[in-house]
Design a protein around this ligand. Structure first.
Ligand code: PHE
Length: 380
């Protein structure tokens, strides 16, 4: 980046002869600090990307209103992954080579964070995922970080919760095209038997499945007490109503990928279903109350977990740039690695040696149009 700035300045001077060091796209000054964000603004998981981006935008707006970072304004350059892995690869390349981002936020979905993370690692641009929980994401290398817990924690919490509920026989439903779903199911299946439970069946569905009735009938025939469904909300809004149609009237439970306003629109079909999550709007901590107030003032709606994580990720990145005292990607990387006890809305964030965050987790219950906090669990 340091090397690029003089080249861009010279080019801009030659082209415009008007002075002022403009970036090639003409949208940002090179005196800005540029944070890229690759997010699913459209496509199957657009709720994830839109909420996450709203959270990140709010954090950056607040930082700029307070005078910016290192005396400069922060510019957020956003690219839409369209909820697709192929698009992810090209937009992350663009953020690095055309937009010259100093650092990058993204993605929510683990499969897409793995695709983007490989490019960021290769180009040595620090990347911070707000929400990708699959353990492999940060194993890509020393430039890839996350601010959320991992599925090695989330799966066992779900398993212990199921055992405590008295569910002895559980069926598992897994998205065979989704790294997050496969990893979370695996971690659940490894721990549930240790709590005395039995996995009666595991059914897999391929990408873009819309009719789940055959799988749901198989699950019904295995006679479970509950179903652990590790996919995203985009599938659950089909799975849960279809389960009720085939007469499978038992609780479904899942992971953070269920979180979306869409899952609260099932008109009672999902009542008494549960999922593990990063945040509950019932939380009364002052950081949570302040954030909900600011978010509502900006967007006139209650933030979901993704909005909070987008906000927290942008704030952790801003904090790292301040501590680095420089917008050079390698310096930001080093500062991110040293993040300690950052007071985020989703809890205190300390980045560990594997570039993950150890964080509290909550279990929420769906009740009509609302989420009720069932339990909060600390990593220790
Ligand atoms: N944890 C999910 C994944 O890794 C993404 C997600 C996080 C979705 C939080 C919703 C809320 O793919």
């Amino acid at each position: 980046m340091k090397r690029l700035i003089p080249i861009i300045c010279v080019t801009a001077l030659l082209v415009t002869a008007a002075g002022g060091c403009k970036k090639d796209s003409g949208t940002a000054s090179t005196s800005d600090i540029i944070i890229g964000h690759y997010a699913s603004l459209s496509g199957a998981q657009s709720d994830f990307g839109v909420s996450c981006n709203d959270g990140a935008k709010l954090a950056i707006k607040q930082a700029n209103a307070k005078g910016g970072v290192l005396g400069k304004q922060v510019k957020l350059v956003v690219e839409d992954t369209e909820s697709k892995t192929e698009t992810t690869t090209s937009v992350v390349q663009k953020l690095i080579s055309s937009d010259h981002c100093n650092a990058i936020l993204g993605e929510v979905a683990s499969t897409r964070s793995r695709a983007g993370g490989r490019i960021c690692q290769d180009k040595k641009i620090p990347m911070l995922s707000p929400a990708s929980t699959n353990p492999e994401v940060t194993r890509i290398g020393d430039y890839v970080f996350r601010i959320c817990f991992t599925d090695d924690f989330q799966g066992p919490v779900a398993a212990k919760f199921a055992a405590a509920k008295g569910w002895k026989k559980v069926a598992v439903l897994t998205d065979s095209a989704n790294d997050y779903s496969k990893g979370l199911s695996k971690s659940f299946k490894e721990t549930f038997p240790k709590s005395g439970g039995t996995i009666v069946t595991e059914e897999f569905y391929p990408k873009d499945t819309r009719d789940f009735s055959t799988l749901l009938n198989k699950i019904k025939a295995s006679n479970p007490d509950a179903v652990f469904a590790s996919g995203y909300y985009s599938e659950m809004i089909l799975v849960i109503p279809q389960a009720r149609q085939v007469g499978l009237n038992i609780p479904f439970f899942g992971g953070d990928g269920w979180d979306s306003p869409e899952i609260l629109k099932l008109g009672g079909a999902a009542d008494n279903c549960y999922f593990t999550n990063h945040y509950s709007p019932d939380d009364q901590r002052p950081e949570v109350l302040a954030f909900i107030k600011d978010y509502q003032a900006e967007y006139s709606k209650t933030p979901d977990a993704m909005a909070v994580l987008g906000y927290d990720a942008a704030n952790v990145m801003i904090d790292a740039i301040k501590r680095a005292g420089s917008a050079a990607p390698d310096k930001i990387r080093d500062a991110l690695a040293k993040t300690t006890d950052f007071p985020a809305v989703t809890g205190k964030i300390t980045i560990d040696a594997e570039r993950n965050a150890r964080k509290p987790i909550v279990i929420v219950r769906i009740q009509g149009n609302n989420l009720k906090l069932e339990q909060a669990i600390n990593p220790d």
